[in-house]
Design a protein around this ligand. Structure first.
Ligand SMILES: [Zn+2]
Ligand SMILES: [Zn+2]
Length: 386
C-alpha cells in the first residue's frame, strides 16, 4: 500500500522534538536538531537485515549524491530511522550512509513510526514545509525505484508529472527521446554498426524485451527471426526490431545480440530500464509494437507473431482480425476429412503453427491435413484425391 500525503500542524523540527529527538547523529559527532533548518528533509526507515532495504540503498545513495552535487540549492538531507535489531547493527548500517540519523532509541523510533504511519520498510518519507506546517508526502520508495534521480523532489505532484511523461511517450512522442537519450541518438547491432534513430521514424517498430537466460525468450527469438527475415525479403512493409536486454550482465547481452539480425540499445544505457517501466513490462519475452507515428499499437506482438508470423504485419488489431477471418474462410473451403493415395490412413483438417509437408518436404503454416495415428502432415495444396 502506498502512503498518501497528509498534514501535520507544525514544522519538521517540532515533529522531531515531539517524538523526543533531542539531537541528530552525523559521522562527525552529534548535531543539534536545528541543523536541518532550511533543508529538504526525508525520513528513511530502514534495517540492515531487510533485503529490499539493501537493494534500495544503492539507488538512494546515487540520488542523494547526484541531487546534492548537481543542484546544491535543493539541500536534500536524509534522516535515517533505524529498525535494526540492536545498536551495533544500527552503527554498522549507518556507516554506509552519508546523511544523518536519529539516535538509536526504541521509544523515539516507535513514536516516529507511529507519527508517520510506517508499516513497511524501506520507507522514504519527504517532509515539505508549507506556511509553517508539514506536508507529509507519499512514500517515495517506489518512485525512486522506478525513476531513479528523476524522482526528486518526490511527492504526489512529481509522481503525476513523471507518469504523464510516460503516458505521452506511449502515445507517440519523439522516437529519439523514447529509445535514445541525451548522449546517444543511435542504436547498435552485432556487426558493430550504428544506426541513427531518425532513420526509424515512420516505420513499424517492435520493442523486444528478452534475455538469454530465459528459455522462452530464446525460443521466441528464433520465431521472431523467421518473421523478421520474411518481412525483410518481401515488399509487405518495413519492420524494425529493437532489442531491450533484460540480461543479467554484459556478457549475456552479447550472447543475446550475437543471434539477432536487428538493432539493440547498448547494455550500459539507462533507457533500457525506463522503457520497461514506460511499457509496464511484467514478463519476458514481450514485444511492444509501435506504429508509424511512434505510438504503441499493441503490447502483445508476441502472440501475433507466434500465431500468424509475417501475415500479422503491421500488427494492428484490425490486421489481426483480418488474418483470423481469412484463415477461417480458407478452412471453410477445405474438407474436414480426406484420404490421399500417398498415405494409408484418413487425414484430418487441423491448424498448426509450423509443420513440414511429407509430400513436398516444404514447411507449412496454419491449415494442414494430418494423420492422428502417425506423424504425417500434408499441405492442403499438395492433397490429391484417391
Ligand atoms: Zn506439400
Ligand atoms: Zn497415418
Amino acid at each position: 500500500m502506498e502512503q498518501k500525503q497528509y498534514w501535520l500542524p507544525h514544522d519538521v523540527w517540532a515533529s522531531l522534538e515531539l517524538a523526543g529527538v533531542e539531537y541528530l547523529l552525523s559521522h562527525d559527532g552529534n548535531m543539534p536538531v536545528s541543523c536541518i533548518k532550511d533543508k529538504f528533509i526525508c525520513l528513511l526507515f530502514s534495517a540492515k537485515w531487510c533485503k529490499p532495504c539493501n537493494c534500495f540503498m544503492g539507488k538512494l545513495l546515487d540520488l542523494y549524491k547526484t541531487v546534492n552535487s548537481t543542484s546544491p540549492a535543493c539541500n536534500l538531507e536524509i534522516l535515517f530511522v533505524s529498525l535494526d535489531h540492536n545498536e551495533s547493527s544500527f552503527l554498522d548500517h549507518f556507516k554506509e550512509m552519508p546523511w544523518l540519523a536519529v539516535p538509536f532509541d526504541q521509544k523515539i523510533i516507535r513514536k516516529l513510526r507511529f507519527t508517520f504511519h510506517v508499516e513497511q520498510i524501506p520507507s522514504l518519507i519527504p517532509l515539505v514545509l508549507v506556511d509553517g506546517n508539514v506536508l507529509v508526502e507519499e512514500d517515495a520508495v517506489r518512485l525512486v525505484e522506478s525513476y531513479g534521480v528523476d524522482a526528486f523532489p518526490f511527492g504526489m505532484k512529481r509522481r503525476k508529472e513523471l507518469e504523464a511523461t510516460d503516458e505521452t511517450k506511449r502515445q507517440g512522442g519523439k522516437l529519439e527521446e523514447l529509445i535514445g537519450c541525451k548522449d546517444r541518438n543511435y542504436l547498435i547491432s552485432n556487426d558493430d554498426s550504428k544506426l541513427p534513430i531518425p532513420d526509424l521514424v515512420g516505420k513499424t517498430i517492435g520493442l523486444y524485451f528478452g534475455a538469454h537466460w530465459c528459455p522462452p525468450s530464446r525460443a521466441f527469438t528464433k520465431l521472431l527471426i523467421e518473421t523478421y527475415n520474411e518481412l525483410e525479403n518481401s515488399e509487405i512493409g518495413s519492420f524494425k526490431i529493437v532489442f531491450i536486454s533484460m540480461d543479467r550482465d554484459e556478457n549475456e547481452f552479447m550472447a543475446s545480440l550475437k543471434e539477432m539480425p536487428w538493432l539493440a540499445i547498448p547494455y550500459s544505457d539507462k533507457s533500457r530500464h525506463d522503457l520497461s517501466r514506460i511499457f509496464n513490462i511484467k514478463w519476458i519475452p514481450s514485444l511492444i509494437i509501435l506504429g508509424a507515428n511512434g505510438e504503441m499499437i499493441s503490447r502483445d506482438g508476441r502472440t501475433m507473431i507466434a500465431r500468424y508470423g509475417s501475415l500479422a504485419f503491421p500488427f494492428t488489431e484490425k490486421r489481426s482480425k483480418e488474418v483470423e477471418r481469412m484463415l477461417e474462410e480458407d478452412g471453410e473451403r477445405l474438407a474436414r476429412l480426406v484420404s490421399d493415395p500417398r498415405h494409408e490412413h484418413l487425414l484430418k483438417l487441423d491448424m498448426a503453427r509450423n509443420y513440414v509437408c511429407d509430400v513436398c518436404q516444404c514447411t507449412g503454416r496454419f491449415w494442414v491435413f494430418s494423420c492422428s495415428q502417425c506423424d504425417f502432415d500434408l499441405h492442403p495444396s499438395c492433397h490429391r484425391e484417391r
